[in-house]
Write a protein that binds this ligand. Structure first.
Ligand code: FAD
Length: 464
């Protein structure tokens, strides 16, 4: 390099640094700064703007959508959702999808299942038929469960628990099912309410939040909705376009300072460090203490967020797992309580509407590495293929999608629940110009998170 080109390179570099620094020093101002562009954060951003507020939405990934995973099959050009799939037929959902012109329709058959098998995945042993109750027994249990749900109308909206917290909500789900002879519901709850580790050990409060009346009705009447194009990401891609420069993706919050009337957020973005000055902060990520390192937490916030434990949840798409078309194998253990297998492990491996592609869902009550989970999926699948004696297929198994959804379900101990934890959690709303939304405040259910954000949180945000 000549001396002149060396000087020119140095000058360009200096100009770029200066440009970034200038950008960083030029604060973005908005009414709200929202951290987390998943289900709840994106919804809140869109609706606040529709209500005349300015927002800055910060998302660490390159796209919005959080737990949404949409696969584009390079061979067929078809899209397929294997993260968030189903929605409720309620006005908030319909309005939101209509706004982005993303059509919704009946969920229909996402899985080309011609035949369902059952096996003990721990050993690979095939079972003769299902060890679970018949559809009729499940339906009857769901009706009885509706009577139980009706006792707790306060569960519909957020976590506004009475004092004392009803003792039944503090029972483990296993004990609750036994107490009310709802054993017929065990498998449906296990397979529908995925990602929460060993469901029978979970406090009933969390399971009932995750299995609300809307979901029960959808199961009983088959009325879940999904996107007609099997492309839930379309909504988030369009939301990103609509938000334009109000959304900072691939961006990480490095610090938040909350003053009496404002919030200052420093963000590291692909185009340099930016300072955002806003009136209010909306946190739309899971509030685990270790996820909130950027926040100037006070003692109460540290205590509250420090109480949360979490479960682990992974989804995957495997091409050529060695199974014939149209096959679904379900995990079961006839020797275990209610035949539900002990987790960590896979729930199921199922043929999808995409040729040669099978979906897998996996949970654990404790942390596991990506390598461990992938290896367990492949080893278990190979065991099943061998044990069932499936005929050889072309190709070797290959992950074409794999996502770690940790931290998934945030829970606290039953002592904490009984001791008024959720009153203290709710009391944080609006304190120090800070608000919260997302699964922890409602349930892992996008439709109900949007409903809660719309009717409970938004009026309070707008009143500020
Ligand atoms: C595999 C799977 C399938 C599901 N299926 C369904 C379904 O069919 N129907 C349904 O209703 N619900 C479903 N759910 C549950 C539903 O998706 C969640 O409840 C919902 O996404 C929670 O929304 P949220 O906004 O709380 O979190 P998320 O959607 O996870 O959003 C949080 C966002 O914050 C971002 N983020 C995290 N930390 C930071 C940070 N420090 N800075 C910036 N950004 C950050 C994340 O990248 C993410 O985008 C499913 C969940 C999973 C995992």
């Amino acid at each position: 390099m000549s001396f002149q080109s060396f000087i020119r390179t140095i000058c360009i570099f200096a100009l770029l640094v200066l440009a970034n620094a200038t950008e960083g020093n030029d604060p973005i101002t908005s009414d709200f700064v929202i951290i987390g562009g998943g289900s709840s954060g994106t919804y809140a951003a869109i609706r606040l703007r529709e209500n005349g507020k300015t927002v800055t939405l910060i998302e660490r990934e390159a796209v919005l959508g959080g737990h949404v995973n949409t696969y584009l099959d390079p061979y067929t050009g078809q899209t397929f959702d294997y993260g968030v799939i189903s929605f409720d037929n309620i006005s908030v959902v319909k309005n939101y999808f209509e706004h982005f012109d993303v059509p919704l329709g009946p969920i229909g058959d996402l899985f080309t299942t011609n035949i369902s098998y059952y096996a003990d995945f721990a050993t690979g042993t095939p079972l003769t038929g299902s060890p679970f109750p018949s559809d009729n027994a499940t339906g009857a249990a769901l009706f009885d469960y509706e009577d139980q749900l009706a006792k707790y109308p306060f569960l519909t909206n957020g976590y506004n628990l009475p004092t004392p917290v009803p003792a039944d909500l503090l029972l483990t789900w296993g004990d609750f099912l036994k107490k009310y002879q709802l054993e017929g519901l065990a498998y449906t709850s296990f397979i529908t309410l995925q990602g929460i580790g060993n469901i029978l050990a979970q406090p009933t409060l969390y399971v009932m939040k995750y299995l609300p009346q809307t979901t029960v009705t959808n199961i009983l009447t088959g009325s879940f909705l999904t996107t007609v194009h099997h492309n839930n990401h379309e909504l988030y891609d369009k939301a990103l376009v609509e938000l334009g420069s109000s959304a900072l993706v691939s961006s990480n919050v490095t610090s938040v300072v909350r003053n009496s009337g404002s919030v200052e957020v420093t963000v590291s973005t692909p185009s340099g460090t930016k300072l955002i000055q806003a009136s209010q902060l909306l946190i739309a990520i899971q509030p685990k203490l270790e996820s909130l390192g950027f926040l100037d937490l006070n003692v109460e916030e540290q205590y509250i967020f420090g109480q949360f434990n979490n479960s682990y949840y992974w989804d995957a798409l495997v091409r050529n797992p060695g199974m014939p078309p149209g096959v679904c194998v379900n995990n079961a253990n006839p020797a275990a309580a209610l035949a539900l297998p002990e987790m960590p492990g896979m729930y199921v491996i199922c043929a999808t509407i995409l040729p040669d592609i099978y979906s897998v869902y996996y949970t654990s009550p404790y942390a596991l590495s990506e390598d461990y989970v992938k290896n367990d999926i492949l080893t278990t699948t190979a065991k099943l293929v061998k044990a069932f004696g499936f005929p050889p297929v072309n190709g070797t198994p290959e992950f074409v999608g794999f996502n770690d959804h940790r931290p998934f379900e945030l829970t606290v101990s039953t002592d904490d629940i009984a001791g008024g934890f959720y009153d203290r959690l709710n009391a944080l709303q609006g304190e120090r110009n800070t608000w919260y939304t997302g699964a922890t405040w409602q349930a892992h259910d996008s439709s109900l998170i949007w409903n809660w954000t719309e009717y409970t949180l938004l009026p309070r945000l707008l009143a500020n």
